[in-house]
Design a protein around this ligand. Structure first.
Ligand SMILES: Cc1cc2nc3c(=O)[nH]c(=O)nc-3n(C[C@H](O)[C@H](O)[C@H](O)COP(=O)(O)OP(=O)(O)OC[C@H]3O[C@@H](n4cnc5c(N)ncnc54)[C@H](O)[C@@H]3O)c2cc1C
Length: 412
């Protein structure tokens, strides 16, 4: 199935709902903030911004009731305000600016969020990983990884296995809590011809939470010419949808009603509808070592499999944070420390330590601090590469990078 090619960073829980586990939610918040700062750093560097196609966009969240009267939304807004997310502003001026129904949309706040062109970012990341010596082998694994752990490790001369197979984890991790959440977005032409060019991302949260169908509105500029309009998230449906599908018609009506000036018929004729399946999980995201004992032939006391799946509608929002967690779990597996369930791992102590380390290095801005990536964070994100094109292209580009930093490139 095709996926939308632009994703939006979002503070958890995501607007498409479907969050139920407290531990996973707390871990997700930390991972989201780690990712946020990585994306923000990329967006501030002209070369990384171009290579990974990451930009910071004003994103406005709209509400039908006062935020102070909705405990969940108030908590989320306050957390975002304190978390170090840039550009926080609690005001309703966008309601007037955009000509929304003032009686209906009574509250709003705005933040600066990363927008990522995932096609570009993925091909760049693939290249970087290959540049660091990884070999890409395309193939299918067909049964529970635990039963073939030793065979896979020896086939690929590997020390550990990271399972990031999304919906494939239903089989590969033997996890029957994994399920698909179908979604789709309309692609409109944002060329200023049929409606005024939309520059900010506009979002209305889900109408439902828990593992049920939910509907939400997002209107997000993908680039200078394309506008994404969504969305819905529908469990356990895997068939492709067309423009005449009831969910697509409903999202079109909702978006039109929300933003009357929008012309939802002004679609990109080449690619009017993008769609995909979010890899969701009852119990939410799982970043955890395999807890079952390995088969005797595996030759180790504890399994060397690390799972990373169930990100649902937030895979890009949590990407760098959960990857850091995976790294630490792989190290634990190699040292044959006893695996701990995610809950017992004290809501991701490891990531907390990493965040604290970055904060001590003034790497992650706290509210009120100047937004400037500092050396330690820069070191973590960018390191010398053997790829001359990458090394050269980062030179003399960032407005505020020190000379020492100029010959470095991204190291994931
Ligand atoms: C409409 C829509 C909008 C979205 N919007 C956003 C957004 O704005 N922000 C955001 O952060 N996220 C968004 N998402 C969610 C995001 O796409 C996912 O969270 C993310 O793709 C999950 O990444 P993953 O690598 O865990 O899984 P996947 O992207 O599903 O990748 C899993 C990989 O494993 C491979 N695999 C599976 N089974 C096997 C097997 N048996 N053997 C070998 N390989 C296998 C698959 O081929 C695939 O390559 C959206 C998704 C959709 C559908």
């Amino acid at each position: 199935m095709s996926h939308p090619d632009t994703f939006r960073w979002e503070y958890p829980p995501a607007v498409c709902g479907h969050t139920s586990d407290v531990t996973a939610l707390e871990s997700s918040k930390r991972w989201a903030m780690i990712s946020y700062h990585v994306y923000k750093h990329m967006a501030a560097n002209p070369v990384l911004r171009e290579q990974f196609s990451v930009q910071m966009r004003e994103t406005v969240f709209f509400f039908e009731q006062r935020i102070k009267d909705d405990a969940d939304q108030l908590r989320k807004m306050r957390e975002m305000e304190r978390s170090g997310v840039a550009g926080f502003r609690h005001d309703t001026s966008a309601v007037h600016e955009l000509g929304l129904d003032k009686k209906r949309w009574v509250d709003a706040y705005e933040v600066l969020s990363p927008l990522i062109d995932t096609d570009k970012a993925l091909s760049r990341i693939t290249r970087l990983v290959e540049d660091k010596g990884a070999k890409l082998v395309v193939g299918s694994v067909t049964s529970d990884l635990l039963t073939q752990e030793e065979a896979l490790l020896s086939k690929y001369s590997a020390d550990a296995i990271v399972n990031a197979s999304g919906l494939g984890s239903y089989t590969l991790a033997n996890d029957k809590n994994v399920y698909p959440l179908r979604g789709a977005v309309l692609r409109l032409l944002n060329d200023g011809q049929k409606f005024e060019k939309i520059k900010k991302a506009l979002v209305v949260s889900a109408t439902a939470d828990g593992h049920v169908k939910s509907e939400f509105i997002f209107i997000v500029p993908r680039n200078e010419n394309i506008l994404y309009v969504g969305g819905f998230s529908e469990p356990d449906q895997t068939d492709r949808v067309g423009e005449d599908h009831e969910n697509v018609k409903k999202l079109t009506r909702d978006a039109q009603e929300f933003l009357p000036d929008l012309d939802t018929d002004h679609r990109d004729p080449a690619y009017p509808l993008a769609q995909g399946l979010r890899p969701a999980r009852i119990g939410d995201v799982r970043v955890e070592r395999e807890l079952r004992a390995p088969v005797p032939e595996a030759g180790s006391k504890y399994s060397r499999i690390v799972h990373c799946y169930g990100h649902a509608g937030a895979g890009w929002s949590l990407a760098f944070g959960s990857a850091l967690e995976v790294k630490t779990l792989v190290e634990d597996a190699l040292e044959q420390l006893e695996p701990m369930p995610m809950h017992a791992a004290a809501t991701s102590v490891v990531s907390q330590v990493q965040v604290e380390h970055l904060e001590k290095s003034v790497a992650l801005e706290k509210p009120g601090k100047e937004s400037k990536p500092a050396d330690a964070f820069q070191d973590w994100l960018v390191q010398p590469s053997s790829d001359p094109e990458l090394s050269d292209s980062t030179a003399n580009t960032s407005e505020d990078d020190s000379a020492e930093e100029q010959h470095k490139t991204l190291n994931l």
